[in-house]
Design a protein around this ligand. Structure first.
Ligand code: SF4
Length: 339
């Protein structure tokens, strides 16, 4: 961590600024402010950077570039939105091609106000970013040490903000894979996700293409979360109609992938539906990791449906023999440790 604090490396990207904020950012490097004397390096390589500093509002052209740069920064990383345009879209927010501030595309940690943002404010923002970076670094070290103590719990409505934040991070790679922001997981609002906790399955079913209505008044969407050190690092949701459980949004934080967490999430959500004899889910046709993981858990493809010009949904199913094939009762395994 000392390296971060003594010499943070920054990558600066102009999303579509009027250049006012860029000039102020560059002023930080001039002899008057000379942040390099404090160890701050302005690098052109995202793989070497700790802090992603963005100026200007996000438009259709800069969206993909921002996402691309963001993914190349190693974890932990911090995003600083410099100026009103980067924070909210500013005076450009109603333009036909502007989607808003940087947080409309990637998570932002520090907002620097001003039009243009003054060099002193930008330096303050970077100092704040160092604090955030230190906190993230400590959290990651603690989580990495406790990865064998992941617990799997049923989530409730109060978890919605954390699950949504995870969803936006976890699905960035899918959005990038398809070059398409219209993935429902990336578009979902907090209100919509909170409503999911109370939604009766028939509405969700229409989203997944299911037929029929639940006759069990207790049926609802069940969320499972993977928690380590009090932080949610994975989640999946599902609901049952008749003899089928429809599963969706299996996600694991990118830093914790490849450690069996997705597999355990799938096991836990299946246990939550002991009465069904069939499971159904879907994923994008290019999501090879998901397809591989699902096939290893016994899921097979049964249909394909185009969703957008770039995304085709692959529907997968798995049939299980009879009632009682898993634990009895409707509750998922609670507070079980991963192996
Ligand atoms: S905040 Fe002001 S100075 Fe900065 S990019 Fe927007 S309009 Fe330009």
């Amino acid at each position: 961590m000392i390296g971060f604090k003594e010499s943070p490396w920054i990558i600066h990207y102009d999303a579509s600024s009027c250049n006012g904020c860029d000039i102020e950012t560059l002023a930080c490097l001039t002899p008057l402010y000379d942040v390099e004397r404090l160890g701050v390096i302005n690098t052109g390589n995202p793989k070497h950077a700790d802090i992603f500093l963005v100026t200007g509002a996000v438009n259709e052209q800069s969206k993909e570039v921002i996402r691309n740069i963001y993914h190349q920064l190693p974890e932990p990383k911090v995003v600083v939105a410099v100026g009103i345009c980067a924070s909210t879209g500013g005076i450009f927010r109603d333009c036909y091609n502007v989607s808003g501030g940087v947080d409309s595309v990637i998570p932002v940690d520090v907002y620097v106000p001003g039009c243009a943002a003054r060099p002193e404010a930008i330096i303050d923002g970077v100092v704040k970013a160092l604090g955030v970076l230190e906190t993230k670094q400590k959290e990651m070290v603690e989580m990495a040490h406790s990865i064998d103590k992941v617990i799997y719990l049923q989530a409730d409505k109060t978890d919605a903000p954390e699950i949504l934040a995870l969803q936006k991070v976890a699905y960035q790679s899918e959005g990038e894979l398809y070059g398409d922001d219209s993935l429902p997981a990336l578009q979902q609002s907090l209100e919509d996700l909170q409503n999911d906790f109370e939604r009766k399955p028939n509405r969700e079913a229409s989203l997944l293409g299911a037929r029929g209505q639940s006759e069990d008044p207790e049926d609802r969407v069940i969320f499972i979360k993977a928690v380590v050190n009090g932080k949610i690092i994975g989640s999946i949701r599902g609901f049952a109609i008749d003899n089928t459980a429809y599963l969706s949004r299996m996600m694991v934080h990118p830093y914790f992938r490849g450690r069996g967490i997705g597999r355990r999430l799938l096991d836990e959500i299946e246990k939550a539906f002991p009465r069904v004899t069939r499971f159904e889910t879907k994923t994008g046709h290019q999501s090879k990791r998901n397809l591989f993981q699902m096939s290893r858990r016994g899921y097979t493809e049964f249909k394909r449906e185009p969703f957008t010009p770039t995304i085709t949904w692959v529907y997968l199913q798995k049939t299980v023999s009879a009632v009682g094939h898993r634990n009895s009762g409707r509750q998922p395994a609670v507070a079980t440790k991963s192996n």
